[in-house]
Design a protein around this ligand. Sequence first.
Ligand SMILES: [Zn+2]
Length: 472
Amino acid sequence: MNRYIVISDLRFNDLNVHRADAAKQFAWNALAWRTRLVTTSTLLFTAILAAGLQAAENISVLGNKPRWNILEHYQQTITRGEFAHLINDVYGTHGFAPDLIEIEDDTARILMNRDAQKFFTLRFASGREEQKLVPRLWRSAKSLPRAKRDKLLSGLKIALDPGHLGGSWAKMEERWFQVGDSKPVQEGDLTLRVAQLLATRLRDLGAKVSFVRSVDEPTTSTRPDDFRELARKILIKNGVPQPRADVLEPTDPGKEQTIRWQSEILFYRYSEIRRRAALVNFKLHPDLVICLHFNAEGWGDPTNPTLTDTNHLHLLVNGSFLAEELEFDDERFEMIRRLLSRAYDEELPLADTIALAMARETGLPPYAYPTTNSTTKVGTSGYVYARNLLATRLYRCPVVYCEPYVMNSNDVFARIQAGDYEGTRKINGVERKSIFREYADSVANGLVDYYSNARGGSRSPNPMPQPAPSAK
Ligand SMILES: [Zn+2]
């Protein structure tokens, strides 16, 4: 489930626009103090001064400084036509300021820093034959060695990312509701159960499976209190001059303007997902990541939730950046890097294939977003959208983000209450597998469909082995 975040990046943008001025002001203050306080740490002053002297960088919340020189490795790895297609149809579908990315005949000019008027020049390959190999650590289906008999996923490295935290964090992350005295529904616990069942199935098929989260605890070592000062600054910059410290109750209408609520979201979303990205990118090095979620419709009061008859399925891949998001130097850099890695070429057909397998198994109709403000429909299955989520952007490999089942639908709620079991049981008059097994089996079946078709294996009549690309 991925409900709308109320502190939008647009509002963070306001903060970042002002951050350059703030840095300069701090530097000035530091100079003034230095004349009086000779014992204060020189190191601290140096850091502050350096920040003040640099051209202002526009970085998203908790974002990393972009390392533009990395893009040098991607020179002449893409043709102009492919680059333009990916910008126009996948990543930049909501438009953006014209100075951010300019596509010329042989090059693309990408803005690195507006204050300094610095640009990165990407040189296109003159044709498909002239394209250099794309540097990357993950392997496409076509570049994997031929599958072993009956082990259709042999050699494939899959990382499973069970969404959210669950456990004692579920209420804080607003992934918790309870109907009467029934067992509370906690999305983070449901996704972890699915991941465990899915891992068993994938290992039986020969895959090497790792977990981005394997317990109901955060992977980040930070906690909400570490972000109180940042939360306060964000609120002040967003027009809340004297933010309240605490939330009064879960239904408190002003909760999003409190330091408590903001510092919690900085912890469980921004810090947590950035930590997971570091695990994926620097430790696990998978060929793909499957993000596991359950969807929901607005449930109102979590202690007296609204149940609905609506139920649906959709999958997400990265793309569809908002114009405001592309203003951030780090998000623009990450978008270009992702585009050049060609993760989309792999994750789109993967997502389409998994979606069809999930639709077959669950019988769920495709979700239709109420607006096209943040998503773009892509692929051929009717179930897949491009959307710029932190996880789909930051994990440097193909990422398929699954959003089946409305947790607060009458049907799904009853199935969650029934728990996990083997075989089938009658629920609401229908013989069903446990919802956890149905979810895990459908994703596993989709992966088998995709990889047995795309790589050489016992199911593939015409295996076409290809050399592995050079890893950077
Ligand atoms: Zn979720």
